[in-house]
Design a protein around this ligand. Sequence first.
Ligand code: FMN
Length: 355
Amino acid sequence: MNGFALAGPLLRRLEPEAAHILTLWLLRHGVFPRLRRADDPRLLCRVWGLDFANPLGLAAGFDKNAQVMGPMLRLGFGHVEVGSVTPRAQPGNPKPRVFRLTEDRAVINRLGFPCEGLAVAATRLAAFRATPAGRSARLGVNLGKNKDSADAAADYAAGAAALAPFADYLVVNVSSPNTPGLRALQSRAALEGLIGRVRRALHDAEVAPPPILVKIAPDLGPEDLADIAAVARGPQVDGLIVGNTTIQRPPTLAGRHRAEAGGLSGRPLFALSTEVLAQVYRLTEGRVPLIGVGGIASAEDAYAKIRAGASLVQFYTALVYQGPGLVRRIAAGLSARLARDGFAKVAEAVGADHR
Ligand SMILES: Cc1cc2nc3c(=O)[nH]c(=O)nc-3n(C[C@H](O)[C@H](O)[C@H](O)COP(=O)(O)O)c2cc1C
Protein backbone atom coordinates (compact mmCIF):
# COMPACT_ATOMS: atom_id res chain seq x y z
CA MET A 1 0.00 0.00 0.00
CA ASN A 2 1.53 3.36 -0.92
CA GLY A 3 1.34 6.56 1.10
CA PHE A 4 -1.37 7.79 -1.17
CA ALA A 5 -3.65 4.89 -0.19
CA LEU A 6 -2.78 5.26 3.49
CA ALA A 7 -3.67 8.94 3.61
CA GLY A 8 -7.41 8.30 3.31
CA PRO A 9 -7.91 6.13 6.41
CA LEU A 10 -5.72 8.51 8.42
CA LEU A 11 -7.58 11.58 7.23
CA ARG A 12 -10.94 9.97 7.99
CA ARG A 13 -9.88 9.54 11.62
CA LEU A 14 -9.53 13.32 11.96
CA GLU A 15 -12.36 15.75 12.62
CA PRO A 16 -13.72 16.51 9.10
CA GLU A 17 -12.69 20.13 8.87
CA ALA A 18 -9.22 19.43 10.27
CA ALA A 19 -8.89 16.64 7.69
CA HIS A 20 -9.81 19.09 4.95
CA ILE A 21 -7.27 21.67 6.11
CA LEU A 22 -4.58 18.96 6.21
CA THR A 23 -5.63 17.72 2.74
CA LEU A 24 -5.24 21.23 1.31
CA TRP A 25 -1.81 21.47 2.95
CA LEU A 26 -0.74 18.10 1.50
CA LEU A 27 -1.97 19.13 -1.94
CA ARG A 28 -0.18 22.49 -1.76
CA HIS A 29 3.05 20.77 -0.77
CA GLY A 30 2.92 18.23 -3.58
CA VAL A 31 2.44 15.20 -1.33
CA PHE A 32 -0.18 13.68 -3.61
CA PRO A 33 1.22 12.13 -6.77
CA ARG A 34 1.38 14.18 -9.91
CA LEU A 35 -0.59 12.06 -12.28
CA ARG A 36 -0.66 12.96 -15.90
CA ARG A 37 -4.20 13.32 -17.17
CA ALA A 38 -4.70 10.49 -19.60
CA ASP A 39 -6.34 12.49 -22.37
CA ASP A 40 -9.00 10.41 -24.05
CA PRO A 41 -10.58 11.86 -27.20
CA ARG A 42 -13.92 10.26 -26.33
CA LEU A 43 -14.09 12.38 -23.16
CA LEU A 44 -13.36 15.72 -24.85
CA CYS A 45 -16.22 18.18 -24.41
CA ARG A 46 -17.02 21.52 -25.95
CA VAL A 47 -19.41 23.63 -23.88
CA TRP A 48 -19.96 27.41 -24.24
CA GLY A 49 -17.37 27.27 -27.01
CA LEU A 50 -14.75 26.08 -24.51
CA ASP A 51 -12.84 22.81 -24.71
CA PHE A 52 -12.78 20.59 -21.62
CA ALA A 53 -10.40 17.60 -21.53
CA ASN A 54 -13.15 15.60 -19.86
CA PRO A 55 -16.58 16.32 -18.34
CA LEU A 56 -15.45 15.78 -14.72
CA GLY A 57 -15.15 18.78 -12.43
CA LEU A 58 -14.34 19.46 -8.81
CA ALA A 59 -17.51 20.88 -7.22
CA ALA A 60 -17.44 24.18 -5.33
CA GLY A 61 -16.55 24.19 -1.65
CA PHE A 62 -13.39 22.07 -1.80
CA ASP A 63 -11.12 24.88 -3.00
CA LYS A 64 -12.98 27.86 -1.58
CA ASN A 65 -9.94 30.15 -1.60
CA ALA A 66 -8.21 29.18 -4.86
CA GLN A 67 -5.33 27.33 -3.21
CA VAL A 68 -5.10 23.94 -4.95
CA MET A 69 -6.34 24.39 -8.51
CA GLY A 70 -3.18 22.98 -10.12
CA PRO A 71 -2.94 19.89 -7.89
CA MET A 72 -6.65 19.09 -8.35
CA LEU A 73 -6.41 19.39 -12.13
CA ARG A 74 -3.43 17.01 -12.01
CA LEU A 75 -5.62 14.40 -10.34
CA GLY A 76 -7.51 14.23 -13.61
CA PHE A 77 -10.32 16.75 -13.33
CA GLY A 78 -11.24 18.52 -16.56
CA HIS A 79 -12.20 21.62 -14.59
CA VAL A 80 -12.10 22.99 -11.07
CA GLU A 81 -14.72 25.29 -9.59
CA VAL A 82 -13.24 27.69 -7.04
CA GLY A 83 -15.39 29.20 -4.26
CA SER A 84 -17.87 30.13 -3.07
CA VAL A 85 -16.02 33.44 -2.75
CA THR A 86 -17.61 36.24 -0.73
CA PRO A 87 -16.58 39.88 -1.26
CA ARG A 88 -15.11 40.37 2.21
CA ALA A 89 -13.36 37.79 4.37
CA GLN A 90 -15.71 36.20 6.91
CA PRO A 91 -15.38 33.35 9.43
CA GLY A 92 -18.53 31.34 8.63
CA ASN A 93 -20.60 29.54 11.26
CA PRO A 94 -19.37 28.29 14.65
CA LYS A 95 -17.58 24.91 14.68
CA PRO A 96 -18.23 22.02 14.50
CA ARG A 97 -19.95 22.60 11.19
CA VAL A 98 -19.00 19.62 8.98
CA PHE A 99 -20.12 16.06 9.80
CA ARG A 100 -19.40 12.73 8.12
CA LEU A 101 -22.25 10.26 7.82
CA THR A 102 -19.93 7.37 7.08
CA GLU A 103 -22.56 4.63 6.85
CA ASP A 104 -24.40 6.73 4.29
CA ARG A 105 -21.29 7.84 2.36
CA ALA A 106 -22.60 11.36 2.99
CA VAL A 107 -21.63 14.68 4.59
CA ILE A 108 -23.70 17.36 6.30
CA ASN A 109 -22.15 20.84 6.28
CA ARG A 110 -23.25 24.18 7.61
CA LEU A 111 -20.02 26.06 6.92
CA GLY A 112 -21.81 29.29 5.96
CA PHE A 113 -19.16 30.48 3.46
CA PRO A 114 -15.98 30.83 5.52
CA CYS A 115 -13.82 32.76 3.10
CA GLU A 116 -10.69 34.86 2.73
CA GLY A 117 -12.52 37.26 0.41
CA LEU A 118 -12.25 38.53 -3.16
CA ALA A 119 -8.87 40.22 -2.96
CA VAL A 120 -7.08 37.04 -1.81
CA ALA A 121 -8.87 34.90 -4.41
CA ALA A 122 -8.03 37.41 -7.17
CA THR A 123 -4.34 37.43 -6.22
CA ARG A 124 -4.12 33.61 -6.21
CA LEU A 125 -6.10 33.24 -9.43
CA ALA A 126 -3.91 35.82 -11.18
CA ALA A 127 -0.75 34.03 -10.03
CA PHE A 128 -2.07 30.66 -11.24
CA ARG A 129 -3.22 32.05 -14.59
CA ALA A 130 0.32 33.40 -15.11
CA THR A 131 1.73 29.83 -15.10
CA PRO A 132 1.62 27.46 -18.11
CA ALA A 133 -0.71 25.07 -16.25
CA GLY A 134 -2.94 27.97 -15.24
CA ARG A 135 -3.23 29.32 -18.76
CA SER A 136 -4.62 26.06 -20.11
CA ALA A 137 -6.75 25.28 -17.00
CA ARG A 138 -10.52 25.30 -17.10
CA LEU A 139 -11.65 27.19 -14.00
CA GLY A 140 -15.10 28.14 -12.82
CA VAL A 141 -15.48 30.78 -10.13
CA ASN A 142 -18.45 30.43 -7.79
CA LEU A 143 -19.71 33.62 -6.13
CA GLY A 144 -21.45 33.98 -2.77
CA LYS A 145 -22.56 36.84 -0.55
CA ASN A 146 -21.40 37.99 2.86
CA LYS A 147 -23.69 37.01 5.71
CA ASP A 148 -23.98 40.61 6.95
CA SER A 149 -24.48 42.17 3.53
CA ALA A 150 -27.82 43.93 3.06
CA ASP A 151 -27.49 44.10 -0.74
CA ALA A 152 -27.01 40.60 -2.14
CA ALA A 153 -26.93 41.78 -5.76
CA ALA A 154 -24.11 44.22 -4.95
CA ASP A 155 -22.07 41.32 -3.54
CA TYR A 156 -22.49 39.15 -6.65
CA ALA A 157 -21.78 42.15 -8.88
CA ALA A 158 -18.56 42.92 -6.98
CA GLY A 159 -17.50 39.28 -7.15
CA ALA A 160 -18.17 39.10 -10.88
CA ALA A 161 -16.26 42.28 -11.68
CA ALA A 162 -13.25 41.21 -9.60
CA LEU A 163 -12.99 37.56 -10.65
CA ALA A 164 -14.41 37.34 -14.19
CA PRO A 165 -10.97 38.07 -15.72
CA PHE A 166 -9.77 34.70 -14.37
CA ALA A 167 -12.91 32.63 -14.87
CA ASP A 168 -13.93 30.40 -17.79
CA TYR A 169 -17.40 30.62 -16.28
CA LEU A 170 -18.98 32.37 -13.30
CA VAL A 171 -21.51 30.82 -10.94
CA VAL A 172 -24.14 32.81 -9.12
CA ASN A 173 -24.68 30.55 -6.13
CA VAL A 174 -28.13 31.19 -4.74
CA SER A 175 -28.63 27.74 -3.28
CA SER A 176 -26.41 27.20 -0.23
CA PRO A 177 -28.70 26.39 2.68
CA ASN A 178 -26.39 27.97 5.26
CA THR A 179 -26.70 31.68 4.50
CA PRO A 180 -30.02 33.12 5.71
CA GLY A 181 -32.27 34.35 2.90
CA LEU A 182 -29.94 33.17 0.11
CA ARG A 183 -32.26 30.64 -1.46
CA ALA A 184 -35.05 33.24 -1.77
CA LEU A 185 -32.93 34.68 -4.59
CA GLN A 186 -34.02 31.70 -6.73
CA SER A 187 -37.42 33.27 -7.46
CA ARG A 188 -37.82 34.48 -11.02
CA ALA A 189 -37.97 38.22 -10.27
CA ALA A 190 -35.07 38.09 -7.79
CA LEU A 191 -32.94 36.04 -10.16
CA GLU A 192 -33.56 38.30 -13.15
CA GLY A 193 -32.71 41.36 -11.06
CA LEU A 194 -29.58 39.70 -9.72
CA ILE A 195 -28.22 38.54 -13.07
CA GLY A 196 -29.03 41.96 -14.54
CA ARG A 197 -26.87 43.59 -11.85
CA VAL A 198 -24.03 41.13 -12.47
CA ARG A 199 -24.09 41.79 -16.21
CA ARG A 200 -24.16 45.58 -15.69
CA ALA A 201 -21.21 45.36 -13.30
CA LEU A 202 -19.20 43.43 -15.90
CA HIS A 203 -20.12 45.97 -18.54
CA ASP A 204 -19.19 48.92 -16.30
CA ALA A 205 -15.88 47.28 -15.35
CA GLU A 206 -15.24 46.70 -19.07
CA VAL A 207 -14.69 42.99 -18.43
CA ALA A 208 -15.74 40.57 -21.17
CA PRO A 209 -18.51 38.50 -19.62
CA PRO A 210 -17.71 34.79 -19.30
CA PRO A 211 -20.67 32.37 -19.37
CA ILE A 212 -22.85 33.04 -16.33
CA LEU A 213 -24.37 30.02 -14.58
CA VAL A 214 -26.85 29.79 -11.73
CA LYS A 215 -26.46 27.04 -9.14
CA ILE A 216 -29.80 25.88 -7.82
CA ALA A 217 -31.01 23.78 -4.89
CA PRO A 218 -32.29 20.23 -5.41
CA ASP A 219 -35.18 21.14 -3.09
CA LEU A 220 -37.09 23.36 -5.53
CA GLY A 221 -40.64 22.37 -6.45
CA PRO A 222 -42.02 22.12 -10.00
CA GLU A 223 -43.19 25.75 -10.14
CA ASP A 224 -39.84 27.14 -9.01
CA LEU A 225 -38.07 24.90 -11.52
CA ALA A 226 -40.33 26.12 -14.33
CA ASP A 227 -39.52 29.73 -13.37
CA ILE A 228 -35.78 29.07 -13.31
CA ALA A 229 -35.95 27.22 -16.62
CA ALA A 230 -37.73 30.25 -18.11
CA VAL A 231 -34.95 32.56 -16.91
CA ALA A 232 -32.29 30.13 -18.14
CA ARG A 233 -33.83 30.04 -21.59
CA GLY A 234 -33.50 33.81 -21.81
CA PRO A 235 -30.35 35.65 -22.88
CA GLN A 236 -29.05 36.48 -19.39
CA VAL A 237 -28.16 33.00 -18.13
CA ASP A 238 -25.82 30.61 -19.97
CA GLY A 239 -26.26 27.47 -17.89
CA LEU A 240 -27.45 25.90 -14.65
CA ILE A 241 -25.70 23.81 -12.03
CA VAL A 242 -28.06 21.21 -10.58
CA GLY A 243 -27.40 21.36 -7.80
CA ASN A 244 -26.35 22.20 -4.32
CA THR A 245 -26.72 20.21 -1.08
CA THR A 246 -30.21 19.31 0.15
CA ILE A 247 -31.99 20.30 3.34
CA GLN A 248 -34.04 17.09 3.06
CA ARG A 249 -33.16 14.07 5.19
CA PRO A 250 -34.05 10.82 3.43
CA PRO A 251 -35.47 8.33 5.96
CA THR A 252 -32.76 5.83 5.03
CA LEU A 253 -29.99 7.87 6.70
CA ALA A 254 -28.15 5.85 9.33
CA GLY A 255 -25.19 8.08 10.33
CA ARG A 256 -25.36 9.36 13.89
CA HIS A 257 -25.05 12.96 12.70
CA ARG A 258 -28.11 12.72 10.45
CA ALA A 259 -30.10 15.25 12.51
CA GLU A 260 -27.44 17.99 12.27
CA ALA A 261 -28.59 21.16 10.54
CA GLY A 262 -27.08 22.00 7.17
CA GLY A 263 -26.84 20.70 3.63
CA LEU A 264 -26.60 16.98 2.93
CA SER A 265 -24.29 15.79 0.13
CA GLY A 266 -23.03 12.45 -1.11
CA ARG A 267 -24.75 9.22 -2.04
CA PRO A 268 -28.19 9.96 -0.51
CA LEU A 269 -28.38 13.06 -2.73
CA PHE A 270 -27.83 11.18 -5.99
CA ALA A 271 -31.39 10.10 -6.88
CA LEU A 272 -32.97 13.41 -5.88
CA SER A 273 -30.46 15.62 -7.70
CA THR A 274 -30.51 13.44 -10.83
CA GLU A 275 -34.31 13.59 -10.96
CA VAL A 276 -34.24 17.39 -10.67
CA LEU A 277 -31.55 17.50 -13.37
CA ALA A 278 -33.77 15.46 -15.70
CA GLN A 279 -36.72 17.79 -15.00
CA VAL A 280 -34.61 20.87 -15.74
CA TYR A 281 -33.33 19.27 -18.96
CA ARG A 282 -36.93 18.70 -20.09
CA LEU A 283 -38.03 22.20 -19.05
CA THR A 284 -35.16 23.78 -20.99
CA GLU A 285 -35.69 21.38 -23.91
CA GLY A 286 -32.01 20.46 -23.87
CA ARG A 287 -31.06 23.93 -25.05
CA VAL A 288 -29.24 25.13 -21.92
CA PRO A 289 -25.96 23.49 -20.85
CA LEU A 290 -26.36 21.87 -17.44
CA ILE A 291 -23.74 20.78 -14.92
CA GLY A 292 -24.94 17.73 -12.98
CA VAL A 293 -23.79 17.52 -9.34
CA GLY A 294 -24.95 15.53 -6.36
CA GLY A 295 -23.91 12.14 -5.07
CA ILE A 296 -21.66 11.02 -7.93
CA ALA A 297 -19.47 8.22 -6.56
CA SER A 298 -18.75 6.06 -9.62
CA ALA A 299 -18.48 6.10 -13.41
CA GLU A 300 -22.01 4.68 -13.55
CA ASP A 301 -23.28 7.70 -11.56
CA ALA A 302 -21.45 10.19 -13.79
CA TYR A 303 -22.85 8.46 -16.88
CA ALA A 304 -26.37 8.56 -15.44
CA LYS A 305 -26.09 12.33 -14.91
CA ILE A 306 -24.93 12.80 -18.51
CA ARG A 307 -27.76 10.66 -19.86
CA ALA A 308 -30.20 12.64 -17.70
CA GLY A 309 -29.01 15.84 -19.38
CA ALA A 310 -25.69 17.03 -17.92
CA SER A 311 -23.08 18.37 -20.35
CA LEU A 312 -20.53 18.39 -17.51
CA VAL A 313 -20.60 16.78 -14.06
CA GLN A 314 -18.97 17.57 -10.72
CA PHE A 315 -18.40 15.85 -7.43
CA TYR A 316 -16.92 16.47 -4.00
CA THR A 317 -18.18 14.19 -1.20
CA ALA A 318 -17.13 10.92 -2.86
CA LEU A 319 -13.51 12.12 -2.73
CA VAL A 320 -13.77 12.09 1.07
CA TYR A 321 -14.62 8.38 1.05
CA GLN A 322 -12.75 7.14 -2.01
CA GLY A 323 -9.70 9.39 -2.23
CA PRO A 324 -8.12 11.17 -5.17
CA GLY A 325 -7.70 8.08 -7.39
CA LEU A 326 -11.46 8.25 -7.91
CA VAL A 327 -11.15 10.93 -10.60
CA ARG A 328 -9.19 8.66 -12.91
CA ARG A 329 -11.36 5.65 -12.17
CA ILE A 330 -14.47 7.60 -13.12
CA ALA A 331 -12.81 8.94 -16.28
CA ALA A 332 -11.80 5.44 -17.40
CA GLY A 333 -15.16 3.89 -16.52
CA LEU A 334 -17.07 6.66 -18.26
CA SER A 335 -15.03 6.25 -21.42
CA ALA A 336 -15.70 2.48 -21.37
CA ARG A 337 -19.44 3.03 -21.00
CA LEU A 338 -19.58 5.53 -23.84
CA ALA A 339 -17.71 3.08 -26.07
CA ARG A 340 -19.96 0.18 -25.05
CA ASP A 341 -23.07 2.16 -25.98
CA GLY A 342 -21.65 3.42 -29.29
CA PHE A 343 -21.12 7.07 -28.34
CA ALA A 344 -18.02 8.59 -29.94
CA LYS A 345 -18.25 11.72 -27.75
CA VAL A 346 -19.75 12.71 -24.41
CA ALA A 347 -22.00 15.20 -26.22
CA GLU A 348 -23.79 12.34 -28.03
CA ALA A 349 -24.83 10.85 -24.70
CA VAL A 350 -26.08 14.10 -23.13
CA GLY A 351 -29.80 13.71 -22.51
CA ALA A 352 -29.85 10.20 -24.08
CA ASP A 353 -32.43 9.04 -21.52
CA HIS A 354 -34.94 11.53 -22.94
CA ARG A 355 -34.77 10.27 -26.52
C1 FMN B 1 -18.03 20.73 2.84
C2 FMN B 1 -18.78 21.26 1.65
C3 FMN B 1 -18.70 22.62 1.32
C4 FMN B 1 -19.40 23.12 0.22
N1 FMN B 1 -19.28 24.45 -0.10
C5 FMN B 1 -19.92 24.93 -1.21
C6 FMN B 1 -19.78 26.28 -1.59
O1 FMN B 1 -19.05 27.07 -0.98
N2 FMN B 1 -20.48 26.71 -2.69
C7 FMN B 1 -21.27 25.87 -3.43
O2 FMN B 1 -21.87 26.30 -4.41
N3 FMN B 1 -21.41 24.57 -3.09
C8 FMN B 1 -20.75 24.09 -2.00
N4 FMN B 1 -20.89 22.76 -1.66
C9 FMN B 1 -21.78 21.89 -2.47
C10 FMN B 1 -21.05 21.09 -3.53
O3 FMN B 1 -20.45 21.94 -4.49
C11 FMN B 1 -22.02 20.13 -4.25
O4 FMN B 1 -23.00 20.89 -4.90
C12 FMN B 1 -22.70 19.17 -3.30
O5 FMN B 1 -21.82 18.76 -2.26
C13 FMN B 1 -23.22 17.92 -4.00
O6 FMN B 1 -22.18 17.19 -4.61
P1 FMN B 1 -21.49 15.88 -3.92
O7 FMN B 1 -22.62 15.01 -3.46
O8 FMN B 1 -20.65 15.28 -4.99
O9 FMN B 1 -20.67 16.42 -2.78
C14 FMN B 1 -20.20 22.23 -0.56
C15 FMN B 1 -20.27 20.88 -0.22
C16 FMN B 1 -19.57 20.38 0.86
C17 FMN B 1 -19.67 18.91 1.18
